[in-house]
Design a protein around this ligand. Structure first.
Ligand code: G6P
Length: 503
């Protein structure tokens, strides 16, 4: 593992994602500034787009941006990975409020998100939100096609007629955008390679078939040349659905799907994190848990999302305190929940449920100088996050379902002092690879409580052994490794001897 290829690509890259790689914030004078986004994906992808003079197409994150308003250039003091992206490399997609409500809160997060996380009871199926999803996907497709036409015109003008641009579309918000792009490319004879990466799970046939327009999603995904998932299970689910629903010829060993005379390549490419950046942050960040030295901290960090298993986690911690009163005043759980999709009903309910549950447990066990659960509903800085990861004795990463889960990886990256213990759910993509973590089924509260006990009592040499292995793997398979593997799989990468990788 860990053989790194040089990320040099053989043509322009057009990245398309629901969100742009930074947020636009309106200042008091009405103008906009870029506010950097902290995600690992942006860290890895933005420099490549800068390098190949590519483009990034996405929603600006605000309804206030007038279509005529120019995207601001980066502030000269900005050292974010996106700082090198010129405003002309950013193409905002404008979506009006009502359409956005149906597309984003409705179809993306009210239907596809729960269904793809195998929680169909939480999914709402409505024709008008699906229609908005298709309309918005076509808008993204139109912007992509316009960008592609002008890139091709430039390439051709400069005699680079053999260079093929790569369009790389991300995630469940844009699963049918390629239908329109493929159609127009065929009609207008535009050359490009279309790649897709799904950042969430791809569920089994039984679940996908509940979606009334499942055939359109599958056809949309098969309009790409390459489709990537985090783990093999999702690839196999997808291939199975193509076979059963669309009657495609498939090859499960080579992970190929055939549709209308085209072959679509499917591959598992597990995403990593910017490992070294987290190590650096952990090395320089001050201590935030100093006052509670005698209390061991168990940390949980998640977007406030029902897929993360937060209610189960809190109940498992309560069970630990019930069964092991020796931990009273000795251990506390620090749960950081980042607000997310706050206009969606299920998320509002979860917020209330968490607050009630935590209030009840704190009322039950708190002492004048100690509370079992500290709860933050909000965002914290990257530096503070790294320090908390570094100093926590245990990390609880127990989603009910999760595409990959980067918190597990960030925690191990920051474990640069006395090692702690990672408790991980097997239902996260990361659970299939981070074997040295303590794996526990989050639905089994007794087992989860026992596992927390085991983590808290684990001897130092065992903790060291496990953490060393975990850190080594994540260091090798970091986000840059993922990025080059994806580009290589899309046929976009120059190999070290200058050859172009075949698709
Ligand atoms: C998940 C999805 C991303 C999404 C992120 C934050 O990681 O895979 O596509 O951007 O959650 O959610 P939001 O709805 O705020 O974009």
């Amino acid at each position: 593992i860990g053989m790194k290829k040089k990320t040099e690509i053989n043509g322009p890259l057009i990245v398309v994602s629901n969100r742009l790689p930074f947020v636009l914030q309106r200042k008091s004078d009405g103008t906009f500034v870029r506010k950097q986004s902290a995600g690992g994906l942006v860290t890895a992808v933005a420099p490549v787009v800068v390098e190949c003079k590519g483009l990034w197409i996405g929603w600006s994150g605000t309804h206030d941006l007038d279509p005529e308003t120019a995207i601001p250039e980066a502030d000269p003091s900005d050292n974010a990975p996106t700082a090198g992206l010129l405003s002309k490399q950013i193409i905002p997609v404008h979506i009006d409020r009502k359409e956005f409500e149906d597309y984003y809160n409705g179809c993306c997060n009210g239907t596809i998100w729960p269904l793809f996380h195998s929680m169909p009871d939480k999914a709402v199926f409505q024709a008008h939100t699906w229609k908005a999803y298709c309309t918005v996907n076509s808008k993204f497709a139109e912007s992509t096609l316009n960008a592609l036409r002008s890139i091709l015109a430039d390439l051709d003008k400069n005699g680079k007629t053999t260079v093929t641009p790569v369009v790389w579309i991300h995630d469940y918000q844009l699963m049918v955008a390629a239908t329109h792009i493929r159609h127009k490319c065929d009609e207008e004879n535009l050359r490009c390679r279309l790649g897709f990466f799904l950042h969430i799970p791809f569920p089994a046939w039984d679940l996908i078939r509940l979606f009334p327009w499942d055939d359109q999603i599958l056809q949309g995904m098969l309009a790409f040349d390459f489709v990537g998932f985090h783990i093999e299970d999702y690839c196999l689910n997808f291939i199975d659905c193509c076979c059963r629903r669309l009657g495609c010829r498939v090859d499960r060993n080579s992970m190929l799907v055939e549709l209308a005379g085209r072959t679509i390549h499917v591959k598992a490419l597990p995403i990593g994190i910017p490992f070294e950046r987290f190590v650096q942050l952990a090395q320089t960040a001050p201590e935030y848990l100093k006052d509670t030295e005698k209390v061991k901290v168990i940390i949980g960090v998640d977007r406030l999302d029902y897929t993360k298993g937060l209610v189960h986690r809190i109940k498992a911690f309560e069970r630990l305190l019930e069964n092991h009163p020796e931990y009273l005043e000795k251990v506390s759980l620090l749960q950081i929940s980042v607000p997310s999709r706050t206009d969606v009903q299920e998320y509002k309910q979860l917020k209330d449920e968490m607050e009630q549950l935590i209030g009840r447990i704190n009322g039950r066990f708190s002492q004048p100088n100690w509370s079992p659960i500290r709860y933050i509903y909000g965002c914290i800085s990257q530096e503070q996050l790294a320090a908390l990861y570094r100093d926590a004795a245990v990390a609880l990463v127990t989603p009910l379902r999760d595409g990959m889960n980067l918190v597990a990886k960030e925690y191990v990256a920051c474990q640069i002092r006395e090692p702690g213990v990672l408790i991980l759910s097997p239902f996260a993509g990361a659970g299939g690879m981070m074997h040295e973590a303590l794996l526990v089924n989050p639905y089994e509260l007794d087992e989860a409580a026992k596992t927390i006990h085991r983590a808290l009592a684990m001897p130092l040499d065992e903790r060291e052994l496990r953490m060393t292995q975990l850190r080594h793997r994540e260091h090798c398979l970091d986000v840059n490794y993922w990025m080059s593997s994806c580009l290589s799989a899309m046929g976009a990468l120059k190999t070290e001897d200058g050859d172009v990788d075949p698709l």
